[in-house]
Structures are given as structure tokens and as C-alpha cells.
Design a protein. Structure first.
Length: 64
């Protein structure tokens, strides 16, 4: 008798070998679709944050 591990269950036949989208909008849609696939089924909505936060530069202090 063999035991199946849930994490090793086969996917629904979808592959991640998709062509690279031509536009930024298509890239965003692709990333949203992938995030949705990876979180489904779940009761919480997909969290999407498209902004990149960069640390602000500190003003240089010059000694007079």
C-alpha cells in the first residue's frame, strides 16, 4: 500500500512554459493568473502589490 503526499499530487495539466508576453499589461495579467493558481482554493483574495519600494537616500551632511 502506498501513501500519497498532497504536495506531490499532479497539477491540473497546466504547464508554466508560457511564451513571454509582449506588453507590460500582459505580464501583469500573467503574474496575476499565476498567483491565483498558486493560492486556489483559498478563502482569502490574492494579494497584489505592483509598486517597488526603494529606500530613500539620506541627505548628505557637509561640515562647514
Amino acid at each position: 500500500m502506498s501513501t500519497r503526499v498532497p504536495g506531490n499530487a499532479p497539477k491540473s495539466g497546466r504547464t508554466h512554459d508560457k511564451p513571454v508576453p509582449a506588453t507590460p499589461d500582459e505580464q501583469i495579467e500573467r503574474e496575476l493568473d499565476e498567483a491565483l493558481e498558486e493560492t486556489f482554493p483559498a478563502s482569502d483574495p490574492v494579494a497584489v502589490d505592483t509598486e517597488v519600494l526603494r529606500p530613500q537616500k539620506k541627505p548628505s551632511r557637509s561640515k562647514a
